[in-house]
Design a protein around this ligand. Structure first.
Ligand code: ADP
Ligand code: MG
Length: 679
C-alpha cells in the first residue's frame, strides 16, 4: 500500500517512470505522484465494438479481430516493418515504425488470432494501422472504454495508462478527514473511491458526488491553511493600543465631506482590532474611489496617538507621494512623517533610517522598499499596504511577522472580486468592506468610439476643458514592451500638443522622478488640462477635478484593468466621462468587455463578468501571484461548495477541533509549502 509520502513524492518514484519519462510529465506540469492523480482524463475512447475489415472507417479508432498471415521485414533502413493480417472480409497491414522484429514476432505470432485496436488509415488501396495502440490475444483486455489523457511526444497513450493505472491500483485508504455531516452531502463517497471514479471513463457528470467531494476537498485544504495562518497570527498577544476619538473629530473638521456609513463601520472594526490584544490582520476592501485612503489615514493617526509608528506602503511612487501629501495636509505638524521610495537620495535615506530607529518619525510612507530595506522601526505598531492584490498569503504572513510583536496589519484592495475569491485569496484575513461609494458620486458615463473618429473625441475634450475640467488620455498599450509604450505616448502627446499647446503634459515610466512629480503637480494645480500617459498611473491616484478619461486601444485591456483605469475619474462631484477608443475589427470578446463597461459601474459585477470571460485564474494576474490556483475548483462555478467550506471552517474554528485528521488533505494540496512555513 502506498503512503502519503509516496503520493507527495517525485513522479519518478513510480515503478516504470525513469528520468526520461519524468521529464515528459514535467512538461505537462505533473511533478509529483499526486499531480498525476489529479490530472483529469481529457476524454475517453470506446474500443468495445469489433469491426469487420470491410466496414472499417478511415480516421477512426477501431478494434478488429484478425489472423496473422505474413511478415514483411525489409532490410532497408527507415522502411517500417509490416505484418499482414486478415479476417473473413479482407486484409489489413499493421505497420511498425521503430519496433524490433523479435518484439513483433512475440506480440503477433504467425497464424494466431489477435485483437488489435488503433487508428485506421488507408494507403495504396489497403487499410492499415500504424503502431497499433493495443495488440493482445486476450480480447477482453482490449474491448473496453479507455480514459485518454493529454499526451506529449514520447509519452504514448499506452504508457500513460499503464502508469496511471499502476498508481490508481495502489492509492492508500487514508483515514476520512471530513465530518460525517459533510460526508453525507457527497453520498458518503470516500476520497479514494472519488479518485478512482475521477479516472474511470465516461464519468462526465459535472454534478457527480465524487467530483463535488474532490472539489470540496481542494477548497477545504486552502481554507484550512488560511484558517491556520489566521490562528498563528492571533496566537501572538500584542499590547493593546489606547487612543481617544479626538483625532477623528479633528480630521472630520478638516475634510469637506462626511464619512459614509461603510467608512465608519470599517473604522469601528479596525479600532476594535487595534484596541484588542490580538494582532490585527485585516483586509479593507472597496472599489476604486470608495474612499479607503481616509480610513487608513485616520487609523494611522490613532496608532500614532497610541505611541506607535506606522509604515504605509503604496504600490507606486506617485501614489506614495499622494498619500504623503494628503497626510501632511490633514495632520499638519502634529505628526512627523517621511517619504521613502526607491529613488530617495542616499543622504536623505540614511537620515530617514536613523530617524525611524530613533522614533523621530511617526509615519513612514513609501513603496516596496519600505519593507525590503533593513529598516529598523523603533516601535512599529501598524503596517498598511495599499492597493496590493498580487501578494501571496506567504508574503503577507512574512510581513506581519517582520513587523514585530505589536504590529497590526491592514491591507487595502480595490480589486472588487466576488466573495468566493475573497475567501480564497484573503481567507487568512478578517475583512471590512466599503460597499457603497460616497453619496452624490455619479456613475461614469462610458462611451466607445472607433479610432477613425478621433477628431470627435478631440473636440469633446476641448469642450470639456473649456468649461474648467481636466482630462486623462491613456495611450495604447503596445505589446508587452514598455519602451514602445513610451514611444506611442510621446507620439500621441506630440500630435495633441499641436492642438492644445502648453495645456498638455506627458507622463510615462521612463521619466525622472522629479520630472514626473512636476507634471503631476502641474496637473493637480490645474496648470495643465490634459495628462497624456501610459498606464503608469493605473490605480489609486486621486484627481478630483479630472472628469474625462480617454483610453486608446481599449480592446487590449482586460475588463478589470479598464475598470481600474476608469476609476481615475469620477472621484469628485462632477459628471464624469470615459471614452473607450478601439480599432475596427473588434473580437467578440472585446465587444463584450466594452459593452459590460458601458452598462455598469459596479466593480463587483464587472469582475464577475471578467471571471466568466477569462477564467478566475487570469483575473488581475492571480496566477502569477503565488495565490493557490485550483485544479478542480472554480470560484464561479462552485460557489455553493465554497460557501459550504466557509461554514465548515467556522464550525471547526468554533469547536476548536483538532486538525490532525485534515493533515493529509492539507499536505496534499499545499503546493507552496505554506504550512511548513507557518507552523
Ligand atoms: P480609494 O478607495 O480608491 O483609495 P480614495 O480614498 O482615493 O479611494 O478616495 C477617492 C476620493 O473620494 C477622494 O477624493 C476622497 O477625498 C473622496 N472621498 C473619500 N471619502 C469620501 C466621502 N465620505 N464623501 C465624499 N468624498 C469622499
Ligand atoms: Mg486608493
Amino acid at each position: 500500500m502506498l503512503s502519503l509520502d509516496y503520493l507527495l513524492s517525485n513522479i519518478n518514484n513510480i515503478d516504470g517512470v525513469g528520468n526520461k519519462t519524468a521529464k515528459l510529465f514535467k512538461k505537462k506540469n505533473i511533478n509529483t505522484v499526486f499531480d498525476l492523480i489529479l490530472t483529469l482524463p481529457k476524454d475517453f475512447v470506446d474500443r468495445r465494438n469489433l469491426t469487420k475489415i470491410n466496414e472499417l472507417q478511415i480516421g477512426k479508432i477501431q478494434t478488429i479481430n484478425v489472423n496473422v498471415v505474413k511478415y514483411s521485414f525489409p532490410r532497408i533502413r527507415n522502411l517500417p516493418n509490416r505484418v499482414i493480417c486478415k479476417d473473413d472480409t479482407g486484409e489489413i497491414d499493421c505497420i511498425f515504425f521503430n519496433s524490433f522484429e523479435g518484439y513483433i514476432r512475440k506480440i503477433l505470432p504467425l497464424t494466431t488470432n489477435v485483437t488489435i485496436s488503433g487508428k485506421i488509415n488507408y494507403f495504396r488501396k489497403k487499410y492499415q494501422i500504424i503502431n497499433p495502440t493495443y495488440v493482445s490475444n486476450d480480447m477482453n483486455s482490449i474491448k473496453k472504454v479507455f480514459s485518454t489523457y493529454s499526451l506529449t511526444e514520447g509519452l504514448t497513450e499506452k504508457k500513460y495508462l499503464k502508469i496511471i493505472n499502476n498508481v490508481l491500483k495502489r492509492i492508500p485508504n487514508l483515514k476520512e478527514w471530513h465530518d460525517e455531516n459533510i460526508l453525507k452531502k457527497f453520498n458518503n463517497i470516500s476520497w479514494k473511491d472519488s479518485l478512482l471514479e475521477l479516472h474511470s471513463p465516461q464519468n462526465s457528470d459535472k454534478n457527480a458526488p465524487f467530483l463535488k467531494r474532490l472539489i470540496f476537498d481542494e477548497i477545504m485544504s486552502t481554507f484550512l491553511i488560511n484558517s491556520n495562518i489566521r490562528k498563528a497570527v492571533k496566537k501572538n498577544k500584542k499590547n493593546r493600543k489606547y487612543f481617544d476619538s479626538i483625532p477623528l473629530e479633528k480630521i472630520k473638521k478638516k475634510i469637506n465631506f462626511e464619512l459614509t456609513n461603510d467608512q465608519n463601520k470599517a473604522l469601528e472594526e479596525i479600532n476594535k482590532d487595534l484596541k484588542s490584544n490580538q494582532k490585527m490582520f485585516r483586509l479593507l476592501q472597496g472599489d476604486v474611489g470608495s474612499g479607503k485612503t481616509i480610513v487608513a489615514l485616520i487609523t494611522s493617526l490613532n496608532v500614532v496617538r497610541s505611541n506607535y509608528q506606522v509604515g504605509f506602503m503604496a504600490p507606486t511612487e506617485i501614489l506614495a507621494k499622494q498619500h504623503y501629501d494628503l497626510a501632511k495636509n490633514l495632520f499638519g505638524k502634529t505628526v512627523n512623517m517621511s517619504l521613502l521610495t526607491g529613488k530617495t537620495e542616499y543622504k536623505e535615506r540614511k537620515k530617514i533610517l536613523n530617524d525611524i530607529k530613533d522614533n523621530k518619525i511617526n509615519i513612514l510612507i513609501g513603496t516596496h522598499s519600505l519593507f525590503q530595506e533593513k529598516i529598523k522601526f523603533y516601535n512599529l505598531g501598524l503596517i498598511i499596504i495599499d492597493e496590493q492584490h498580487k501578494f501571496g498569503v506567504k508574503q503577507r504572513k512574512k510581513l506581519s511577522d517582520k513587523g514585530g510583536n505589536n504590529c497590526d496589519v491592514l491591507v487595502m484592495s480595490a480589486t472588487p472580486i466576488p466573495r468566493t475569491m475573497i475567501m480564497t485569496v484573503f481567507g487568512d484575513m478578517d475583512t471590512s468592506i466599503i460597499k457603497h461609494k460616497p453619496k452624490n458620486r455619479k456613475d461614469i458615463k462610458t462611451y466607445s468610439k472607433i479610432d477613425t473618429k478621433i477628431d470627435e473625441v478631440i473636440s469633446f475634450v476641448r469642450k470639456k476643458i473649456n468649461t474648467g475640467n481636466q482630462v486623462f488620455w491613456v495611450c495604447p498599450l503596445i505589446e508587452e514592451s514598455k519602451k514602445i509604450d513610451h514611444q506611442s505616448s510621446i507620439l500621441r502627446y506630440e500630435k495633441l500638443r499641436k492642438q492644445f499647446k502648453d495645456k498638455i503634459g506627458l507622463l510615462h515610466g521612463s521619466l525622472e522622478k522629479n520630472e514626473k512629480d512636476k507634471i503631476l503637480q502641474k496637473f493637480l494645480n490645474k496648470k495643465i488640462d490634459i495628462l497624456v500617459s501610459t498606464t503608469v498611473i493605473e490605480v489609486g491616484i486621486d484627481f478630483p477635478n479630472a472628469n474625462v478619461i480617454v483610453i486608446e486601444d481599449a480592446n487590449k485591456f482586460g475588463l478589470s484593468q479598464l475598470h481600474q483605469l476608469r476609476g481615475r475619474v469620477g472621484r469628485g462631484y462632477k459628471e464624469s466621462y470615459c471614452i473607450l477608443m478601439f480599432k475596427s475589427n473588434l473580437s467578440e470578446n472585446a465587444k463584450k468587455r466594452i459593452n459590460i463597461l458601458k452598462k455598469t459601474n459596479d466593480g463587483f459585477k464587472i469582475s464577475e463578468e471578467d471571471m466568466k470571460l477569462r477564467g478566475y485564474g487570469d483575473l488581475l494576474g492571480f496566477k502569477q501571484s503565488g495565490i493557490p490556483s485550483f485544479r478542480l475548483a472554480d470560484p464561479v462555478l462552485h460557489e455553493d461548495l465554497f460557501l459550504l467550506a466557509e461554514k465548515e471552517i467556522k464550525r471547526i474554528e468554533l469547536e476548536n477541533q483538532n486538525l490532525e485528521n485534515y493533515l493529509p488533505l492539507i499536505k496534499m494540496y499545499d503546493r507552496a509549502d505554506i504550512l511548513n512555513d507557518i507552523v
